[in-house]
Design a binder for this molecule. Structure first.
Ligand code: PMP
Length: 286
């Protein structure tokens, strides 16, 4: 049987799951989304993702036609119908079809799309050996222009930085903010370990407040690792003992080099390894 996609309350075959070419999600990136993991058939941190989705909706003045509880049930049902045990859910809400103009009053019918599928982001060996990344020249969206806290369908900023990464032969790029401080990577949050303290940029650095970021900070605190949200610059990363990224798709992945400078001894560090293990255990509910 073909993969079943939730589309506005109906389940349709993947091939038949379509939206209008007049949809403002397509025409203008006018919509929001979430990426969510499924571990052992359970949707991980679903309440947090649904909450962030509705906050993004509020910020872009998009009225989602169903309640958060209904959305939660719809995600669960999509996962169950597809018999997904380990995988990834992409939840999208677009502004809906409109006219060839920006006026949202001329759009109708926001589209709710839920896809439950499998995902492999990085090759397994990179979790063992760590990633090499570069700093992109593209800065993260200025929060006053378009807040990175909104998980909107407009990912061009991240895509431009990602292109720089691929051009440099890397899989990820560090993005700085408008003040030249460390913000995040194109699809992940960033952490360092310095003298036993876990550090990550604050949300006002202009980042997406990652669900995985929050889980990892909580797991670190429980493991008696001090956690600080603070301003970081590139020098802090170059001179860190350890560095890693967090994200729903990436989970916890070590970074061993930034802009050609090895971080620490150039190998994934012990705190990173420990937190990755704790994360896997927590996510899999062992
Ligand atoms: N930053 C950006 C720009 C992202 O797109 C994501 C999600 N892939 C993250 C951080 C990590 O967020 P989360 O842990 O909620 O997936």
């Amino acid at each position: 049987m073909s993969l079943q996609v939730y589309l506005n309350g109906q389940f349709v075959d993947k091939e038949q799951a379509t939206v209008s070419v007049y949809d403002h999600g397509l025409l203008y990136g006018d919509g929001i989304f979430e990426g969510i993991r499924v571990y052992n058939g359970r949707v991980f941190m679903l309440a947090e993702h649904v909450e962030r989705l509705y906050e993004s909706a509020l910020a872009i003045r998009l009225q989602i036609p169903i309640s958060p509880d209904e959305m939660t049930a719809a995600v669960e049902e999509t996962v169950a119908r597809n018999g997904l045990k380990q995988g990834y859910v992409r939840l999208v809400v677009t502004r809906g079809a409109g006219t060839l103009g920006l006026d949202i009053r001329r759009t109708s019918n926001p589209q709710i799309i839920i896809i439950a599928d499998t995902i492999t982001l990085y090759p397994e060996e990179l979790y063992e050996n760590g990633l090499e990344i570069i700093t992109a020249s593209t800065i993260r969206n200025h929060p006053v222009a378009l807040s990175p806290r909104i998980k909107s369908l407009n990912y061009l900023n991240n895509i431009l930085a990602k292109i720089e990464a691929t051009d440099a032969g890397c899989l990820e790029a560090l993005m700085l903010n408008h003040r030249g401080e460390v913000a995040e990577c194109t699809g992940d949050n960033i952490f360092i370990v310095k003298r036993g303290v876990l550090k990550t940029p604050t949300t006002d650095a202009g980042i997406l407040e990652g669900v995985t970021r929050n889980v990892v900070m909580e797991l670190a605190r429980k493991a008696n690792v001090p956690v600080v949200e603070c301003t970081l610059d590139r020098h802090d990363i170059y001179t860190a003992d350890e560095c890693f990224l967090t994200g729903t798709a990436a989970e916890v992945i070590p970074v061993v080099k930034l802009d050609g400078r090895p971080i620490g001894d150039g190998q994934p560090g012990p705190v990173t390894r420990d937190l990755r293990e704790r994360f896997q255990t927590f996510a899999n509910g062992d």
